[in-house]
Design a protein around this ligand. Structure first.
Ligand SMILES: [Zn+2]
Length: 307
């Protein structure tokens, strides 16, 4: 069992057969259990097996805490609620309508992944309105035998929240603290359409204000040195954002620019990491897509010509 603190653990969902790409956190205490980011439906077998191994029964799961609604974090939620209708789903108000009616979410994901949708994510079902508990940030919510503070943490996604369990000192930060596999490069996940650099920096400050003993990332797992990790995230975000801004003035199509960006990032990451580690990063965050989110951020601010 991957223990994080008493009553806190996580399950490796082995996304696309890869270990250490997507994790679901499990919170267990008096009065029931809760899951943070249950992952995509394509990983449901791994989720069920993980819960079984930890002795968690669905009858005792009271809440699903979503950091945000991206399919790698939340895709299986509708299927879980269909089968276990007593489970309450916590989600930010800007994401709630897409959980209730995922058509737009599916359409925008299909623009990114096309024919690969089903293999990557599996079935995507709506969550009934009655099962949703809508968050704005600033609440305290009781789940898994403890109280979580909720903070609105946009930047990666406009509907992103983070959850802090003061009793253990663990902050569940979704993608706001980036992607870091096995202690490697802290990669800022910047897919379209919501990337906002200023909001992201403010969200990192909000997480730091909790002074967490550790932060838990969906990609992948806990980090106990929150401050240096978050500094590295912001440094790397500033670097990748500059590279993308400069690339907007370069020759070629967006396709070509995004591939050059991915190649450059891969070269940089390869300096400190094995090929296997690098491959897991590619599974957790498709590198060329990261260009598009930052390009959209800059173009909205009038930088670079459309091509
Ligand atoms: Zn995400």
């Amino acid at each position: 069992m991957n223990a994080l603190a008493p009553g806190l653990s996580w399950i490796d969902l082995h996304f696309l057969g890869k270990p250490h790409a997507i994790a679901t956190a499990v919170v267990a205490g008096a009065g029931g259990s809760a899951l943070v980011d249950p992952g995509p439906a394509s990983c449901r077998d791994a989720l069920e097996l993980g819960l079984q191994r930890q002795g968690v029964q669905w009858g005792g799961v009271t809440h699903i805490l979503l950091t945000h609604i991206h399919l790698d974090h939340a895709g299986v939620t509708g299927s879980l609620v269909r089968d276990h209708p007593h489970v309450r789903v916590l989600v930010h108000e800007n994401g709630a309508r897409h959980m209730k009616d995922p058509a737009k979410l599916v359409a925008s994901a299909t623009r990114l992944w096309g024919a690969d949708m089903d293999r990557l994510w599996g079935e995507i079902l709506p969550v009934p309105q009655a099962s949703l508990e809508v968050l704005r940030g600033g609440e305290r919510v009781d789940a898994g035998g403890r109280t979580f503070e909720v903070a609105y943490t946009p930047g990666h996604a406009s509907h992103h929240v983070s959850y802090f369990d003061a009793s253990s000192g663990v902050a569940f930060v979704g993608d706001t603290a980036g992607v870091a596999i096995d202690g490697g490069y802290v990669l800022p996940p910047t897919p379209p359409p919501d990337i906002d650099l200023e909001a992201w920096a403010a969200s990192v400050a909000r997480i730091e204000a909790w002074s967490p003993a550790s932060i838990f990332m969906t990609h992948f797992g806990p980090v106990s040195q929150a401050r240096p990790h978050l500094r590295a995230l912001l440094d790397n975000l500033s670097t990748t954002a500059s590279i993308v801004r400069d690339s907007l003035a370069e020759e070629g199509t967006d396709e070509e620019r995004s591939h050059r960006f991915a190649e450059r990032l891969r070269r940089e990451m390869r300096r400190t990491m094995s090929d296997a580690q690098l491959e897991t990063y590619g599974v957790a965050a498709q590198l060329n897509l990261l260009w598009f989110g930052l390009a959209r951020y800059w173009r909205k601010r009038g930088v670079g010509a459309q091509s």
